[in-house]
Design a protein around this ligand. Structure first.
Ligand SMILES: NC(=O)c1ccc[n+]([C@@H]2O[C@H](COP(=O)([O-])OP(=O)(O)OC[C@H]3O[C@@H](n4cnc5c(N)ncnc54)[C@H](O)[C@@H]3O)[C@@H](O)[C@H]2O)c1
Length: 246
């Protein structure tokens, strides 16, 4: 018996990287997982992998920046499994390093639409479904860039700071209604080969990047009863990066 047996979890950005690791982690804890991302092939393959390992998974192609698409995602989860207990709102868009004045309006709007409005839309649709089932737990993906800044990524930094604002406010809005809302602020997590080539880990006190599984495990823990008194928190998973002043 897994600790999440019978529980239903939505994971966005689940086709690769941290989201795919979270899909596997929630499923191995026993949850019925609803995997969402833009592309459908890798998503369908992950759902198949989880089912082949004895779990239960549904893949729903979703654009988190689109209200109707997110509404369809949540409706599909409830139609298939009858309830919604957990959500890991993890999807975000990439960004090309660019000084602020050179960021195009289109690029700024796209980053905010996916990485900030996407988290808002997910919570907007997930929360009523959770309330209908008596409560739940939400984990939103921020970043160390949601706490401090890095040069060249103003729109990403703004979006990730915004995710923490949404998280804290939602935590207060639903603190008495049985829904806990927390955020993760990871440092560099090894999801792309070029991160290793750039030796990104050297900037971290622990001198290494994190692994997607190390982030997924914290998302699972935050949804579990072991974290029952934690809401409105931003949990660093960063090898000590945010602890350092210089
Ligand atoms: N990798 C890191 O170093 C790191 C560090 C801190 C925070 N984060 C955050 O963690 C999350 C996952 O990062 P990752 O490195 O695993 O990313 P990734 O690029 O490997 O995967 C991103 C996922 O988001 C999905 N996605 C992108 N746009 C979408 C949209 N409009 N609608 C639905 N899905 C969409 C993609 O399909 C993919 O599944 C992101 O929010 C990222 O900002 C990553």
């Amino acid at each position: 018996m897994g600790k999440f047996d019978g529980k239903v979890a939505i994971i966005t950005g689940a086709s690769k990287g941290i989201g795919a690791a979270a899909g596997r982690a929630f499923a191995s804890a026993g949850a019925l997982v609803v995997l969402a991302a833009r592309g459908s092939k890798a998503l369908a393959e992950l759902a198949e992998e989880i089912r082949a390992a004895g779990g239960e998974a549904l893949a729903v192609e979703t654009d988190v920046s689109d209200d109707a698409s997110v509404a369809r995602l949540v409706a599909s989860a409830v139609a298939k499994y009858g309830r919604l207990d957990f959500a890991f709102n993890n999807a975000a868009d990439g960004h090309r390093p660019t000084p602020l004045a050179d960021i195009s309006l289109e690029d700024f709007d796209r980053t905010i639409a996916v990485s900030l409005r996407g988290v808002f839309l997910c919570m907007k649709h997930e929360i009523p479904a959770m309330l209908a089932g008596g409560g739940g737990a939400i984990v939103n993906m921020s970043s160390t860039a949601g706490v401090g800044a890095a040069a060249g990524i103003a729109s990403y930094v703004a979006a990730k700071h915004g995710v923490l604002g949404l998280t804290k406010t939602a935590a207060l809005d639903y603190a008495e209604k049985g829904i806990r809302v927390n955020a993760l602020t990871p440092g560099p997590i090894f999801t792309r080969p070029e991160m290793e080539a750039a030796n990104v880990g050297q900037w971290v006190p622990m001198k290494r990047m994190g692994r997607p599984e190390e982030v997924a495990a914290v998302a699972v823990w935050l949804c579990s009863d072991e974290a029952a008194y934690i809401t409105g928190a931003a949990i660093p998973i960063d090898g000590g990066k945010l602890a350092r002043t210089a």
